[in-house]
Design a protein around this ligand. Structure first.
Ligand code: PBG
Length: 323
């Protein structure tokens, strides 16, 4: 049956009709807000390439998390900026490191808020790689126990979710085994399963001072050209015990999100990363785009592609508007 019997515009006539036939919904429930916390006191420091985001102190982190939670966003993910970096990323798994202390403060002060802990070494190593390095190479198997230790320390500090982002092989199994052995069998793992070697992480690396001092991450993060390989990564992580799998970045990888959702049917997260955020903020600051509309359009597209959960620096603002 075709025109004039069929008229697609009939259901677009007014907002009430459009709302009733809308296929994709965006809710504060879908969002996770990333927050940075630095060692030491002083004031929160604005991150130049991520306008609106700060390197928080413990005190300002708690205040910001409270504000995020008040908008209806159920979770934050915490990234630590230690005072001291070394070859093996000791501050990542020290029980008195900045992240475990932040987790304890958040769980005490904002009890209803879920705290996700990112597990990686790159913010804590002096060379900026995500694992231990010897002979100029990131060593996979030697890194696993350190990641497992960090995960255990964060879970014991009270983290509700452990999110390994390092891309070492076998890390989900290593983390799951360690959590179970520590009596944390009920702590879920969100695996950064398909994490690409992306230029979109630029502003984050400035924020966390975590750019690799030599080489790049292409020996462990994925080639942006590949999608079949992403499906293998996801399959392995699910087999190793991942409860949620993540695709990262989001916007240049919407097809990957869709393939993962269709193939596995497990909860899928997508990370709307720092570069995606910075581009919108920069264009909006120049008056070139309508930021509010663009942000909703972008986040809706990530949901439409198949993501159940979106990690985004826009979480608080968007949730406040959706609220
Ligand atoms: C740590 C990590 C990174 C991001 C999240 N976890 C940086 C990286 O892999 O270089 C990037 C997040 C963003 O760009 O917003 N490995």
């Amino acid at each position: 049956m075709s025109f004039p019997k069929n008229r697609m515009r009939r259901l677009r006539q007014n907002d009430a009709l459009r709302r009733m036939v809308r296929e994709t919904r965006l809710s504060p429930d879908d969002l996770v807000m990333p927050l940075f916390v630095k060692e030491g006191g002083g004031a929160p420091e604005p991150i130049a390439s991520m306008p609106g985001c700060d390197r928080h102190t413990l005190a300002s982190l708690v205040e910001e998390a409270r504000a995020v939670h008040a908008t209806g966003v159920p979770a934050v993910i915490v990234f630590g900026l230690p005072a001291r970096k070394d070859a093996t990323g000791t501050e990542a798994y020290s029980p008195e490191g900045i992240v475990p202390r932040a987790i304890r403060a958040l769980k005490r002060e904002v009890p209803g808020l879920l705290v996700w802990a990112d597990v990686c070494l790159c913010e804590y190593t002096d060379h900026g790689h995500c694992g231990v390095v010897s002979g100029g190479e990131v060593q996979n198997d030697e890194t696993l126990p350190l990641l497992a230790r960090a995960a255990t320390v964060y879970a014991e500090a009270g983290a509700d979710v452990i999110a390994p982002s390092d891309m070492m092989d076998g890390r989900i199994a290593a983390v799951r085994t360690a959590l179970d052995a520590a009596g944390r069998a009920n702590t879920p793992i969100v695996s950064y399963a398909a994490k690409y070697a992306s230029a979109f992480y630029g502003p984050f690396r400035e924020a966390a001072d975590s750019a690799p001092a030599f080489g790049d991450r292409r020996g462990y993060q994925m080639d942006p050209a590949n999608v079949e390989e992403a499906l293998r990564e996801v399959a392995l992580d699910i087999e190793e015990g991942a409860d949620v799998v993540m695709v990262k970045p989001a916007l240049a990888y919407l097809d990957v999100i869709r393939r993962v959702k269709d193939r596995f049917g497990v909860p899928v997260a997508a990370y709307n990363v720092s570069g995606e955020y910075a581009m919108i903020r920069a264009a909006a600051a120049n008056g070139w785009i309508d930021e509010e509309r663009i942000v909703l359009e972008v986040l809706t597209s990530i949901r439409r592609a198949g993501a159940d959960i979106i990690l985004t620096y826009f979480a608080k603002e968007v949730a406040a508007r959706l609220g």
